[in-house]
Write a protein that binds this ligand. Structure first.
Ligand code: GRF
Length: 216
C-alpha cells in the first residue's frame, strides 16, 4: 500500500475527488495519508480534517531560503513515508531539489489540454480566459508528471471538454473540473498506485492491468 500526500492551496475540490474515489475503493493500491497546504486558510484542510487525514501547513514565506523550505517539505514527506505526491491546485513552485528526490513520483493536474494554455502564468482562471480569448472549441484537463519544465513533464492522461457559446471563464472552469479534472486525477493516481505508469523517453506508457490484455 502506497502512502499518498496531496499538496493543496485552495478549495480542494480535486482533493475531495481523490478522497471520494478512495472511499469508493477506486484507489486500491494507495492511501491518502497526508495533506500539505501552502496556506493555513485553504479550505482543502477542512476537507482533509473531516475524514481524519493528517494535515500540515508549509508556507514558503516562513522560510528564509528555498533550501530550508525544500528541506522542510522533504522531511515531512520522508517522515510520512510518502511514495506519491499529488499536486492538486498547489500554488507554490516545486524546486528541482524536490523534483529530483521524487522523480516521476509527483503528479500534477492542469486545466487545459497541454501543450495548449500552459506554462508560466497559466494558472487558475487565466487558463480558461486564454482558451476563450483564442476561440478554441475544445479544451480539457491534463494529468502529468512534474519535471523541471513548468507543465512540461510526461503526460499521463488527458480529457477533452467542449466549449459552449456564451461560456465565461468561471463557467468553463467549472465544466472542466466536473467533466475532466475530478475524473482524471483519481484515475491517474489509481494507475500509479497499481504500478501501471511507465515513463520512457519523456512519455508515459500505461501498462495493461494484470488480468486483462488490452485497455477497454
Ligand atoms: C484546478 O483547476 C487545478 O486544475 C488547478 O488548480 C485548481 C485547483 O482547484 N491546478 P481545487 O483546489 O482542487 O478546487
Amino acid at each position: 500500500m502506497l502512502n499518498i500526500a496531496v499538496l493543496v492551496s485552495g478549495g480542494g475540490t480535486n482533493l475531495q475527488a481523490l478522497l471520494d474515489a478512495q472511499a469508493r475503493g477506486e484507489i486500491p493500491g494507495g492511501r491518502i495519508t497526508l495533506v500539505v497546504a501552502s496556506r493555513p486558510d485553504a479550505f482543502a484542510l477542512t476537507r482533509a480534517e473531516k475524514v481524519g487525514v493528517p494535515t500540515a501547513v508549509l508556507r514558503r514565506k516562513s522560510f528564509e531560503s528555498q533550501a530550508q523550505y525544500d528541506e522542510a517539505l522533504l522531511s515531512i514527506l520522508r517522515e510520512n513515508e510518502i511514495g506519491l505526491v499529488v499536486l492538486a491546485g498547489f500554488m507554490t513552485i516545486i524546486s528541482p531539489t524536490v523534483i529530483h528526490a521524487y522523480e516521476n513520483r509527483i503528479l500534477n493536474i492542469h486545466p487545459s489540454l497541454i501543450p495548449s494554455f500552459c506554462g508560466e502564468g497559466f494558472y487558475g482562471l487565466h487558463v480558461h480566459e486564454a482558451a476563450l480569448a483564442r476561440g478554441v472549441k475544445v479544451t480539457g484537463a491534463t494529468v502529468h508528471f512534474v519535471n523541471e519544465i513548468c507543465d512540461g513533464g510526461p503526460i499521463v492522461l488527458q480529457k477533452a471538454v467542449e466549449i459552449q457559446p456564451g461560456d465565461t471563464p468561471e463557467v468553463l472552469q467549472r465544466r472542466v473540473m466536473e467533466q475532466a479534472e475530478w475524473k482524471l486525477l483519481p484515475k491517474a493516481v489509481a494507475l500509479f498506485c497499481a504500478g501501471r505508469l511507465q515513463v520512457k523517453d519523456g512519455r508515459v506508457e500505461i501498462l495493461p492491468a494484470p488480468d486483462q490484455k488490452e485497455e477497454p
